[in-house]
Design a protein around this ligand. Structure first.
Ligand code: MRU
Length: 375
């Protein structure tokens, strides 16, 4: 599904080769919106660090970055062996790929797209090994697989935008939480894709953006992205959502997801659950937009989704300025789980799933292009 009008202004993650070898390029999201700076990563450890420190974040973007990170790892090892005129065996190459996959798999636990992408890369290396391909061919296959994961994400975003835009009417005022836009994917976003599509299609939309404490993905990233695209928005603090719902300002909520269990429970940025409960109380549709790579049919319910706990300084300080007393006890879960009965529909690249999610999600995953469901 191509749409030339939906051009992105910022590139989140991409792969390049030059005279120095291969590199994974990222826009450094920890500096946005004050600075638009790019990182050129040439070592798999730097890719892992960029994921941990949120220089790249958002479930699909993490998956794409990790996939490129695996290819990068083999490029780098081959380069070192070439410099020392020491041939790299396929056994060594496969072992290194497994090592890089393990390294990247330890970065962030909640978004399943990371593990989905790593598994695809691992399977690609194993198939190359079994087919007795040369190490150079294994490297080419891994690079192609990572690029395919990125390209599929671009396409999935476009499709989610197309399906989701059907749920948006001219004049709608919508609410979103965190950043599930272009910065969170290789394409135009998940939750923001229907909004961009509706906007480009001539519908008048206005977006209320939750600031999303503690890391402020809403204030720093979503507000910036929407502004770049010319979508009208109002930035609010997280505790204002109920007020605006009660006053009839919000017609629907659109959020992304980090992992969706087989029963439709949704893990997403901390605070999403509160928004869902508020939406339910005000009879406002609550839509989750996510590619099938975010659906984890192996987990029966959201109770089983691992929730990342992050460092306390994200809560005690805002962008380096301490706001809480030294030594205070802090809790900092990065995600929460919204039970499926608060979710009006789940919009994927294969169509829109409605309750009962147990059946509809499975059907959508089976229809997924090109992989097959493995649960
Ligand atoms: O901690 P983050 O910024 O990686 O969390 C991101 C989110 O929770 C997004 O809503 C989710 O990954 C969907 S992104 C398309």
């Amino acid at each position: 599904m191509a749409d030339e009008d939906l051009q992105r202004r910022v590139r989140t993650v991409w792969w390049e080769t030059d005279e120095q070898g291969a590199a994974v390029w990222l826009v450094d999201q920890s500096l946005l919106p004050q600075q638009v700076a790019y990182l050129c990563l040439r070592h798999e450890q730097d890719v892992a660090d960029a994921i941990i420190t949120l220089k790249v974040r958002g479930a699909p973007a993490i998956g794409v970055t990790a996939a490129f990170g695996v290819a990068l790892g083999l490029y780098r090892l081959l380069q070192i062996h070439d410099q020392h005129a020491k041939p790299l065996t396929s056994v060594e190459a496969l072992a290194h790929v497994a090592h890089v996959c393990a390294l990247l798999g330890r970065t962030r636990p909640t978004a399943v797209n990371l593990f989905w992408a790593i598994e695809r890369m691992k399977a690609c290396a194993e198939q190359s090994f079994s087919a007795q391909l040369s190490v150079l061919e294994m490297r080419e296959r891994l690079t192609r697989e990572a690029q395919a994961i990125a390209d599929e994400d671009v396409d999935a975003c476009m499709r989610m935008g197309h399906y989701g835009a059907e749920l948006i009417a001219d004049g709608d005022t919508l609410l979103t939480h965190c950043n599930a836009g272009a910065l969170a994917t290789a394409g135009m976003g998940t939750a923001l894709a229907p909004i961009y599509t509706a906007h480009k299609g001539g519908k008048h939309v206005h977006v209320f953006v939750d600031e999303t404490r503690p890391v402020l993905q809403g204030a720093r990233l979503t507000a910036w992205e929407l502004q770049q695209e010319g979508v009208p928005l109002t930035l609010i603090t997280d505790n204002m959502a109920g007020h605006f719902m009660r006053h009839g300002n919000i017609r629907a909520v659109f959020v992304g997801a980090d992992r969706i269990a087989a029963n439709g429970d949704v893990a997403n940025k901390i605070g999403t659950y509160s928004v869902a409960v508020l939406a339910h109380a005000h009879q406002i549709p609550f839509y989750v937009v996510a590619p099938c790579s975010t659906i984890d049919l192996k987990l029966a319910s959201g109770e089983l989704i691992p929730i990342e706990q992050r460092l306390s300084d994200e809560v005690t300080a805002i962008r380096g300025t301490q706001i809480a007393p030294t030594g205070v006890q802090v809790a900092n879960p990065a995600f929460d789980v919204t039970p499926h009965h608060y979710v009006t529909a789940i919009i994927t690249e294969c169509g829109i799933a409605r309750p009962s999610y147990q059946e509809t999600l499975r059907q959508l995953c089976l229809a997924r292009i090109p992989g097959k469901v493995d649960a």
